[in-house]
Design a protein around this ligand. Sequence first.
Ligand code: HEM
Length: 125
Amino acid sequence: MKPDIETRKDLFLLLEKFYDQLLKDATISYIFTDVAKIDMQQHLPIIVDFWEMVLFGAQTYKKNAIQPHLNLNQKSKFEKHHFNTWLETFDKTVDGLFEGKNAFAAKQKAKSIATIMQIKIAQLK
Ligand code: HEM
């Protein structure tokens, strides 16, 4: 039996593994490395704050998580396959490390946020 996602440390582990995997996939990694040119070490704590807010109701993340994606989409289009890859990698990483109520909720939330993102991107077209 695997543990559930319970702490900020768990989120760091999950998200570190997730981005490690995601950035190995050249069909999506260029958005991070070439389009957004982000420094993963700076990005990671922000993403952890976000998931701490989503899963545990923490007040650590107070921005709009969707907007940066809409801005990036103006520079380089986000396609359906990007979302599929993102979600598949996220689900696989969660399932590889955790199981339980919060692990399930993380996958559900990721899916619904990705759906909202895609609707907002479609509205821009
Ligand atoms: C096609 C799928 C996705 C791609 C390619 C992608 C890519 C990126 C990139 C490149 C950034 C950095 C933006 C910047 O700092 O300039 C970012 C930020 C972020 N992404 Fe995504 N993302 C995707 C989907 C998602 C989904 C589904 C979620 C949530 C479930 C998410 C949550 C976040 C958060 C919280 C940030 C930080 C925003 C901030 O700086 O406040 N992303 N994403």
